[in-house]
Design a protein around this ligand. Structure first.
Ligand SMILES: NC(=O)c1ccc[n+]([C@@H]2O[C@H](COP(=O)([O-])OP(=O)(O)OC[C@H]3O[C@@H](n4cnc5c(N)ncnc54)[C@H](O)[C@@H]3O)[C@@H](O)[C@H]2O)c1
Length: 352
């Protein structure tokens, strides 16, 4: 559905006393609480699948992320931008990385998404980019899990309880009938607090695990969403038929998935080929040793969705999904938030 940007006319009397019409820009704004009401995890999974298909078919224009170093304040400002004609999504995600911000009680990694009307180039929406990132990143794992995990998966292990973890949990629960959720991260208090917060309203049994061995024992699905530079679980202890999502590693130094899994998985799906093969230590470390090569990747999520690459073929194989993220997922999911939010009447506005 195409939404044309709404403008408000106002009469202005100019300096020579002649009336003319000037149009003010009405911009829709969406905060986290609006976005939670607007979009279900299933809506988000649908949005990232559409984005993935457009991307894999070459129907997107996603330039390389632009980075600015703001060295005076020990900061970096990143601009992830692009255009996805099929979803009418045009815009930019501004993500800043300011490690000193927490000392001021501020987020170290604030993000904002700005969307434009593709027809006019006029800004039509601004939204909380931190929540949008969490939503679309969860949805990416959700989409991959929907295709790759065994249908009767019952036990889910979540490793990492930081900012991204809750939507990762919601996504797996949205696509499989999970009975037991096992949670592990480095800090036991964090695990307990996380479980206390997320279990509200859910019927699953939650288990706080003291080790990753305990967490992955009997797990049908594992999601790693950590900032680790080393594997966060022992790949050899993974149950036959398990599906694994690797979400955290986005630099060559970072890696959270045991090399054993990367080499043993019979299907490896990625969110974008270019991003993952150039960014994640999960691939780059075994590549450096000559053990892993690009050809071992089965395909992109978009190809999986369209049935253009192989998916799980039996209940014994181990499958692996790796994501490093891309503006294509932010913009398409953000555009959906804007469209559904407008339809449902859940938004605020500002005029410029
Ligand atoms: N793939 C994507 O599109 C995407 C999008 C957003 C964020 N991310 C990445 O996901 C990662 C997690 O993000 P976050 O905001 O939740 O981070 P966070 O800092 O809030 O939390 C990190 C979590 O990792 C855990 N952890 C670190 N080392 C561990 C180890 N060895 N074993 C077990 N747990 C360990 C910590 O205890 C913590 O719970 C980051 O690297 C982030 O950049 C990826």
């Amino acid at each position: 559905m195409i939404h044309v940007h709404v403008e408000v006319e106002r009469s202005i009397r100019n300096v020579v006393g002649k009336d003319y019409k000037e149009k003010t820009m009405k911009i829709y704004t969406f905060n986290e609480s609006d976005m939670k009401k607007i979009m279900t995890m299933n809506d988000a999974i649908k949005a990232v699948k559409d984005a993935a298909v457009s991307y894999s078919n070459g129907k997107t224009d996603i330039p390389l992320r632009a980075n600015l170093n703001v060295k005076e304040y020990n900061g970096n400002s990143l601009y992830m931008y692009g255009y996805v004609p099929g979803s009418n999504a045009l815009g930019v995600k501004l993500v800043s990385v300011y490690p000193d911000n927490p000392k001021l009680g501020l987020s170290a990694c604030p993000a904002t998404v700005i969307l434009e009307d593709a027809k006019t180039g006029i800004v039509n929406a601004i939204m909380d980019g931190t929540y949008l990132t969490r939503l679309r990143t969860g949805a990416l794992s959700g989409a991959a899990t929907e295709y790759l995990a065994k249908k009767d998966s019952k036990v889910f292990a979540l490793i990492g309880t930081g900012g991204q973890a809750e939507t990762q949990l919601d996504a797996v629960l949205a696509v499989r009938d999970i009975e037991v959720v096992k949670v592990y991260s480095r800090n036991t208090d964090n695990v307990k607090n996380f479980i206390d917060r997320v279990k509200v309203g859910k019927t699953q049994k939650f288990v706080a695990c003291k080790s990753s061995d305990e967490a992955i024992d009997e797990a049908d699905i594992i999601t790693a969403v950590t900032v680790s530079n080393n594997p966060v679980f022992d790949g050899k202890k993974v149950k036959k038929g398990c599906h694994i999502n690797g979400v955290g590693s986005y630099t060559p130094e970072m890696s959270e998935i045991d090399e054993y899994i990367v080499l043993k998985a019979s299907k490896i799906i990625v969110d974008t080929m270019d991003g993952t093969i150039n960014e994640t230590g999960d691939f780059l470390k075994p590549m450096k040793k000559g053990l892993f090569k690009k050809e071992m990747i089965t395909g992109e999520l978009g190809e999986l969705v369209e049935g253009k690459c192989k998916s799980r073929e039996n209940d014994d194989e181990i499958t692996f999904f790796e994501t490093t993220g891309s503006a294509v997922y932010d913009l398409v999911t953000g555009q959906r938030v804007y469209e559904i939010g407008k339809d449902k009447g859940i938004f605020n506005t500002v005029e410029l």
